[in-house]
Design a protein around this ligand. Structure first.
Ligand code: PLP
Length: 378
C-alpha cells in the first residue's frame, strides 16, 4: 500500500490517539453539566482551547470555536459573517474549496452580492483585485484560502487582508487554512485576519472536528441554534475526545513543522525529480508559485487521469484526480479551469500528496511505483 492522498485525510498521529483514549472510556462526561464527571470533560475542552489559541496565534482562548470540521468552520465564517451584516457583500476567489464557494452561492440565492475574484496561471490571487471587488460589493466579509487543496498554491494572506481593509475598513477577513496548517506557519496574529478555519484530520487529528478562530469582538450569526455551547456561536454537545485529539495533533504538527518541511518536502521533491527522470513528458501543473511542500500536481500527457487512478489503485497506490468526484459524478475541476488549463489537459492531471509519516526516500520509491503503472499503460 502506497498512500499518496494525505490532502484528503492523513493518519492520526500517535500523540492524538493516545490523548483521546481516556475520553473514549472513563472520561465520558458531557462538558455542559455541573457535576464532577462533566467538569472533568469541561476541563479537557478548556485545556484544548488554550492550547489551540496559542498554536493559532490567537490573543485569547475564547477566540477558538470548536466545530464539526473544516466545512462547518468555513460555513460559519462566510454565512455567519454575512448574516450578521445584512446588505453587505461577500468576496472570495475562484479556487476556494466547495466549503467556501457553496456557502457563497447560497448567500447569493438569498440576495447577497457576491464577487468571485480570478487567479493567475499559478492559482494566485492579486490583492489589488480583492480591493476592487471589495469596494464594488461593499464587502462585509472577504474569504481567501491560505493554500489550495488541489494544486497547493499559497496565497498572500496577510497582503490580501491589508488590501481588503484599505478598500473597506470594517471588512471581516477569513482564510481557509485547512490544507496549510500542517506545514505552514498559520497565525492569526502574523496574518492579521479575523477568522481562520482548520480541520483536525488534515494534520493528524481525528475526522469530523475543526476550529474556527474568531477574533474577539467579531459578531457572527450562529448556524446551529440550541443549547448555547461555544458562547452561543455553535450549539451542540462537544466531541470531547475529538477536540482533545485535535489539540494534541496541533501541538505535534506545530512541533514537527520545520522537520516536516524538510522530511515531507524532501519526499515530494525526490518524487517529482525521480518521476520526471523516468517520464520526461510529465509536467507540474503549476510552475513558479509558492506552493505547499507536500503537494505534487502533475500532468501526464496522453493519459486519462481517471484511468490512471484506477490503475494506480489496482497497484495499491492511492492518489487523487484533478477533477473532483462528488456523489459519483465526475466533474472537471473548477480550480484547473480557473488557472486556464484547457479541459483536455485538466483530464490528464493527478494530485499526489505526501504526509507526516513520509521520509525523503519514500519519494523515490513512490516515483518508481507510479512510473511502472504509467509505463504499463503506454
Ligand atoms: C481547503 C479545504 N477547505 C475545507 C475542507 C473541508 O474540510 P472537512 O473535510 O474537515 O469538512 C477541505 C477538505 O478537503 C479543504 O481541503
Amino acid at each position: 500500500m502506497r498512500y499518496l492522498d494525505h490532502a484528503a485525510t492523513t493518519p492520526m498521529r500517535p500523540e492524538a490517539t493516545a490523548a483521546m483514549q481516556a475520553f473514549l472510556g472513563e472520561r465520558f462526561g458531557n462538558p455542559s453539566g455541573i457535576h464532577g464527571v462533566a467538569r472533568r470533560a469541561k476541563d479537557a475542552i478548556e485545556a484544548a482551547r488554550e492550547r489551540a489559541a496559542t498554536l493559532l496565534g490567537a490573543a485569547h482562548p475564547l477566540e477558538i470555536v470548536f466545530t464539526g470540521g473544516g466545512t462547518e468552520a468555513d460555513n460559519l465564517a462566510v454565512v455567519g459573517a454575512a448574516l450578521a451584516r445584512p446588505g453587505r457583500g461577500v468576496v472570495t476567489t475562484a479556487v476556494e474549496h466547495a466549503a467556501v464557494l457553496e456557502p457563497a452561492r447560497f448567500l447569493e440565492r438569498l440576495g447577497t452580492a457576491v464577487a468571485i475574484v480570478g487567479v493567475d496561471r499559478a492559482g494566485r490571487v492579486d490583492p489589488e483585485e480583492v480591493v476592487a471587488a471589495a469596494a464594488r460589493v461593499d464587502a462585509g466579509v472577504v474569504s481567501v484560502m491560505a493554500a489550495n487543496n488541489e494544486i497547493g498554491t499559497l496565497q498572500p494572506v496577510a497582503e490580501v487582508a491589508a488590501a481588503a481593509r484599505r478598500a473597506v475598513p470594517d471588512v471581516l477577513v477569513h482564510t481557509d487554512a485547512v490544507q496549510a496548517f500542517v506545514s505552514e506557519d498559520v497565525s492569526a496574529e502574523a496574518w492579521d485576519v479575523d477568522m481562520i478555519s482548520i480541520a483536525a484530520h488534515k494534520f493528524g487529528g481525528p475526522q469530523g472536528v475543526g476550529i474556527l478562530f474568531v477574533r474577539s469582538g467579531v459578531d457572527l450569526e450562529p448556524l446551529l441554534h440550541g443549547g448555547g455551547q461555544e458562547l452561543g456561536r455553535r450549539s451542540g454537545t462537544h466531541d470531547v475526545a475529538g477536540i482533545v485529539g485535535m489539540a494534541a495533533a496541533m501541538q505535534a504538527a506545530v512541533d514537527d513543522r520545520p522537520a516536516f518541511r524538510r522530511r515531507v518536502g524532501g519526499a515530494r521533491d525526490r518524487f517529482e525529480a525521480a518521476l520526471r527522470a523516468t517520464l520526461p513528458d510529465v509536467v507540474p501543473t503549476v510552475a513558479g508559485a509558492d506552493r505547499l511542500v507536500q503537494h505534487a500536481h502533475l500532468r501526464f500527457p496522453g493519459i486519462d487521469a481517471e484511468t490512471l487512478l484506477v490503475r494506480l489503485d489496482l497497484a495499491g497506490i492511492a492518489a487523487a484526480a484533478g477533477s473532483a468526484c462528488h456523489s459519483g459524478a465526475v466533474r472537471t475541476s473548477h480550480v484547473l479551469d480557473a488557472i486556464g488549463l484547457d479541459p483536455a489537459a485538466a483530464k490528464e492531471c493527478v494530485r499526489f500528496t505526501f504526509g507526516w509519516p513520509d521520509r525523503p526516500v519514500d519519494g523515490e520509491a513512490a516515483a518508481a511505483e507510479v512510473a511502472a503503472v504509467v509505463e504499463a499503460m503506454r
